[in-house]
Design a protein around this ligand. Structure first.
Ligand SMILES: Nc1ncnc2c1ncn2[C@@H]1O[C@H](COP(=O)(O)OP(=O)(O)OP(=O)(O)O)[C@@H](O)[C@H]1O
Ligand SMILES: O=C(O)[C@@H](CO)OP(=O)(O)O
Length: 286
């Protein structure tokens, strides 16, 4: 067994091709190629008859292998993310957008790439708040985002109803964000309630809004989701007009507040775009 030693952290761990594969995918290399490179690194270390290997040596070797595979840009990204991880800088990513655009799917993919263990959905925050605050007290909290307008007492439309719910759920979201800041926690928070202007991203907190402008594509997301979840596609499709109206509103807010809007057409491309943007912004911030 080959043992990895990290002099800074004073830890020793068995060499894991899986862990190396993941750190290579962080640089935007597809899992298949990352696995091949991790395998080549392992073989090279075995050839060098290593029993103990430093993280520095693995880094250098991986960088070299990436270059050998003609992956120059990825090799530079790999070094950036290794350096970033070593600095232990907390990172919080916020993903907004209407129901069905793919927030939780993208959040899971980003969490894997960034080795972030915490994903929090604002739907869950809303669910907790529903248990604490009765429907009679805050009726908007107990409806779907696009139905909250029905709970309005006076006049007001879909946007006003939604804003009410966002304002209320934001109280819980802010508590989560405060705790993340206090603990220096890495987290991805996703949900329709992350509306630019309602949430102030703190230090090392980066916000994105996902959108799907093509109604047919959005419809297909609902059908796809209903294959593995109990959320019936028909319910969301029946309210597609309201959902699209909310999307226009959220996108407008994003533009107003300088938050990047990403069209989620291809999952891989969306993740790549966020990873690239994160890297550039972190480079600036560092
Ligand atoms: N880029 C994409 N291409 C094709 N399908 C996608 C893409 N992104 C997400 N999907 C699919 O669309 C469906 C809805 O996505 P997801 O549940 O992630 O949406 P969401 O924005 O988190 O919704 P909600 O806020 O209602 O929970 C899922 O079945 C997912 O697999
Ligand atoms: O309120 C909404 O738009 C969605 C968000 O995920 O939640 P629900 O499916 O519970 O209505």
């Amino acid at each position: 067994m080959m043992v990895v030693i990290d002099p800074e952290k004073k830890i020793q761990l068995p060499f894991s091709r899986g862990i190396l594969t993941r750190s290579i995918t962080l640089a935007g290399v597809d899992v298949g190629t990352a696995y091949v490179i991790a395998h080549e690194v392992q073989m090279e270390l075995i050839r060098r008859r290593k029993r103990f290997v430093s993280t520095e040596e693995i880094r250098e070797l991986t960088y070299k292998k990436l270059l050998e595979h003609g992956l120059k840009k990825e090799a530079e990204r790999y070094l950036f993310w290794r350096e970033f991880k070593r600095k232990k800088i907390p990172l919080v990513v916020l993903l907004g957008g209407v129901t069905g655009v793919g927030k939780s799917t993208i959040a899971t993919e980003l969490a894997f790439r960034l080795s972030i263990r915490t994903i929090i959905g604002t739907d869950t925050v809303r669910e907790v708040m529903r248990k604490i605050i009765a429907k009679e007290l805050l009726p908007d909290l107990h409806a779907s985002s696009f139905m909250a307008w029905r709970t309005l007492k006076g006049s007001g439309g879909i946007i006003e109803g939604f804003e009410n719910q966002v304002r209320h759920v934001s109280v819980g979201v802010k508590a989560v964000l405060d705790r993340a800041q206090r603990e220096g926690m890495n987290a991805i928070i996703e949900g329709i309630h992350l509306v630019p202007g309602f949430i102030e991203p703190g230090e090392n907190t980066f916000m994105y809004v996902l959108a799907v402008s093509d109604r047919k594509v959005l419809e297909s997301h609902f059908y796809e989701r209903s294959r593995y979840s109990k959320r019936p596609a028909e319910y969301y499709i029946k309210h597609l007009e309201e959902i699209l109206l909310l999307q226009d509103y959220i996108v407008e807010k994003a533009r107003e507040h300088g938050v990047k809007v990403i069209e989620n057409v291809e999952l891989e491309k969306t993740v790549e775009e966020i990873m690239e943007d994160l890297m550039n912004r972190l480079r600036e911030a560092l």
